[in-house]
Design a protein around this ligand. Structure first.
Ligand SMILES: *Cc1c(COP(=O)(O)O)cnc(C)c1O
Length: 350
């Protein structure tokens, strides 16, 4: 019933997989088959989400112009800013939820059209939702390649390749593996040419995923649907209760009918995700106190595991500089009983 964990770097002469970095293994291939099927393309697994993004960036020629989110996962921004400082790429950061701003950045009146548009299905951590199909079509009209970080949505909620995107990326670390016990990433594409470039980069760049991590991801994937259904159900309920709590000034969750991205998310996604961000009416110290007082929910970074986590994102320099509100708390909702989660949150807020 299970794929073997192949722990071998090399194989006898004459076997199909001579060397792990060059040819992969049965374990890696099994995970790539599963992840490719979920997104409807051909998958390449890399040792982390960041490794997936940097593998894609390494395939870009020097001088590539990228339109990128002005608020996004901080690591993406750190990687691309470094590449820009080194003179390898040019960046045009925009609010990707503002369709007109993206269109203007793709073909400005006073500069060259962009080569790449990078999107997140739901922005980490402000939970804005870009108009994916419109932006993908506009980028293609300008000849740009579109890559989408779909970590927050998972292929269960949206499959960007079906919307025309050229590349989809996930941090497998999060929902796909789902148990906070590994880091891993994946790139999926329908373009034979892009797939070949990515494989060539992995081969010579050396970013080969570990066999045990691949096995654990395959095991996690088997329960993705039931985990994520429970997590989304919990998140929707917590968002409703937080929205009614006097200590909370704003809840960001596209599943709330009052959320500015509710209509767009309802049209695009099969679910609203399990991340809830909220701001306190109080101070930064009050927000930090909530993180210190939770007992069932863990005060920890990352997301997507079966256990609920909370953190104040602007604590991280990268997020503060990207305009993330100082008191914004990001909650990654797990599979615990929703009443236990609410009891913990309300005592911490109290
Ligand atoms: C975590 C995360 C990444 C980076 O993935 P790692 O596996 O930590 O390298 C990229 N994008 C998003 C949206 C993430 O949440």
């Amino acid at each position: 019933m299970n794929t073997s964990v192949v722990l071998s770097s090399n194989f006898h002469h004459g076997e199909t997989n001579a060397y792990l970095r060059t040819h992969g293994s049965e374990t890696i291939a099994a995970l790539e088959t599963a992840l490719g099927a979920l997104d409807g393309g051909t998958a390449t697994v890399l040792p982390s989400g960041m490794s997936a993004i940097s593998t894609f960036v390494e395939t870009l020629p020097v001088g590539t112009v990228l339109v990128i989110p002005s608020t996004s996962y901080w690591g993406t921004m750190a990687l691309l800013s470094e590449q820009a400082r080194l003179g390898r790429v040019q960046l045009r950061p925009v609010d990707i939820t503002d369709t007109d701003a993206v269109l203007a950045a793709l073909h400005p009146s006073d500069g060259p059209t962009a080569d790449v548009l990078w999107l997140e299905t739901t922005i980490n951590p402000t939970l804005g939702v870009p108009d994916l199909p419109v932006l993908i079509d506009a980028a293609h009209a300008d000849g740009a390649v579109v890559g989408v970080d779909a970590t927050f949505s998972t292929p269960l909620n949206v499959r960007p390749l079906e919307l025309g995107a050229d590349l989809v990326m996930h941090s497998v670390t999060k929902y796909l593996s789902g148990h906070s016990d590994l880091v891993q990433g994946v790139l999926v594409t329908r373009s034979a040419e892009l797939h070949e470039h990515i494989r060539a980069r992995r081969l010579v760049g050396g970013a080969v995923p570990g066999a045990l991590e691949c096995y654990l991801s395959l095991r996690g994937l088997r329960t993705l649907d039931v985990r994520f259904a429970r997590q989304q159900e919990n998140a929707a309920e917590l968002a409703r209760r937080l929205d009614a709590h006097p200590a909370v000034s704003r809840v960001r969750y596209p599943g709330l009918p009052s959320d500015p991205f509710h209509t767009r998310a309802s049209e695009l996604f099969d679910g609203y995700g399990a991340m809830v961000s909220f701001e306190l009416a109080g101070s930064v110290e009050d927000a930090d106190a909530v993180c210190e007082r939770v007992r069932l929910i863990a005060h920890a970074t990352s997301l997507g595991g079966v256990e609920s986590l909370i953190e104040r994102r602007a604590m991280y320099e990268g997020d503060a500089s990207m305009g993330v509100p100082a008191t914004l708390l990001r909650l990654s909702v797990g599979i615990e009983h929703v009443d236990d989660l609410w009891a913990d949150l309300s005592q911490a807020l109290g």
